[in-house]
Write a protein of this length. Structure first.
Length: 214
């Protein structure tokens, strides 16, 4: 089955419709998050956002649970943003959402490690990585499920991390904690920029008051 180009963003980023079995995960999925996502997809009757994968290896960089959901529902095709991850210097990988804005060198992960995990099938634990791209991964496409060729559901158990109810609850708390951490950072940054703006406007005002044209 061949791929269908949907849209070309740039020389290194394009969107295509790919056979779902050609893609390779680099980390395991979480059952509870998967179920939430499956319910949303079936309710909407569409896939709102494409996943992101490395163009050469077809290793999934972002959208692991969307891929799992579509695969488990029996869909054969999936919209993908393809990026040449090794050449695209703007792609960064951290371990938490806040690493989009600030990250220590020892917490940054190499793209080679991610692609190696996908190719070797030695999958990382769920949500081990957070990928940040020089483009928006939230490119809403609202692609109808009926266009993605439904077949028999596939067994995805080997891609799912086994968790007790207690472990699942911990994962949910960690997701919420990451979101709160990001919101707190952005709120502090907003205050900093507002103070900077006020100080700059005050300097401009003082300059205008002290400036007398000849």
């Amino acid at each position: 089955m061949t791929s269908t180009i949907l849209k070309t963003e740039s020389a290194h980023v394009k969107m295509a419709l790919l056979p779902i079995d050609e893609l390779k995960p680099h980390e395991k999925g979480s059952q509870i998050y998967l179920e939430l996502l499956k319910q949303e997809i079936l309710k909407d009757g569409m896939l709102k956002y494409p996943i992101v994968a490395d163009e050469k290896s077809h290793v999934i960089l972002d959208g692991m649970h969307r891929w799992l959901a579509m695969k488990s529902l029996g869909y054969m095709l999936i919209p993908v943003i393809l990026v040449d991850a090794r050449r695209n210097s703007g792609t960064r990988i951290g371990t938490r959402r806040i690493h989009r804005y600030t990250i220590d060198a020892d917490k940054e992960m190499s793209i080679e490690r991610v692609i190696s995990a996908g190719l070797s099938r030695r999958l990382m634990e769920p949500r081990s990585t957070r990928h940040f791209f020089p483009f928006s991964k939230f490119q809403k496409i609202n692609y109808p499920l009926r266009l993605l060729r439904k077949d028999l559901p596939q067994d995805i158990s080997k891609y799912i991390s086994e968790m007790t109810p207690e472990e699942s609850n911990f994962v949910i708390k960690e997701w919420l904690k990451e979101m709160s951490e990001e919101l707190e950072f952005l709120a502090e940054r907003k205050e900093e920029v507002e103070r900077e703006k006020a100080e700059f406007m005050n300097r401009v005002k003082n300059l205008e008051n002290g400036f007398s044209p000849h």
